[in-house]
Write a protein that binds this ligand. Structure first.
Ligand code: FES
Length: 146
């Protein structure tokens, strides 16, 4: 069971074949071609795809997942201990995103029914990107980090 077909992997992991091709294109998984020029995967791809799916559920980008894989010795497939380490790091990222989304939610609550669109205080209004000189992203929202 070390030469899995793309269809088998897709079905077993609950992803589309196109997703596997995409992961491979992004360098997250690897395959080889058999004599019939068909894509084949080793069985560790099942765990690798499971980790990718779990990380995506946490909102991690494919780039972050790729970086995490590359941080492991020989870019090995994450084992239980690796997953523990990776998920701890991703938990911190998730906490930060939750805090950001809470600030966003709270800010939008203030905008509902307001209509001022003040350049100085409204967290969503920024005509002509006038705040760009103060930094990237939503400058007013980012100021509220505690
Ligand atoms: S519309 Fe008034 S604070 Fe956003």
């Amino acid at each position: 069971m070390n030469d899995l077909s793309v269809g088998f992997v897709a079905k077993r992991c609950g992803v589309n074949v196109s997703a596997l091709h995409f992961y491979e294109q992004k360098g997250l998984i690897k395959s080889w071609r058999n004599q019939g020029n068909q894509r084949r995967y080793s069985k560790d791809v099942l765990r690798r795809v499971s980790v990718i799916k779990a990380a995506q559920q946490l909102g991690m980008s494919l780039e972050s997942i790729k970086n995490a894989f590359e941080s492991l010795p020989n870019s090995r497939t994450p084992d239980k201990d690796d997953w523990e380490q990776l998920s701890k790091a991703w938990q911190q990222d998730l906490d930060e995103r939750i805090a950001y989304m809470q600030r966003l939610r709270d800010s939008l609550t203030g905008c509902i029914g307001c209509g001022c669109l003040s350049m100085k205080s409204c967290p969503i209004y920024n005509p002509d990107d006038e705040l760009a000189a103060q930094g990237p992203g939503p400058v007013i929202l980012n100021r509220k980090k505690t």
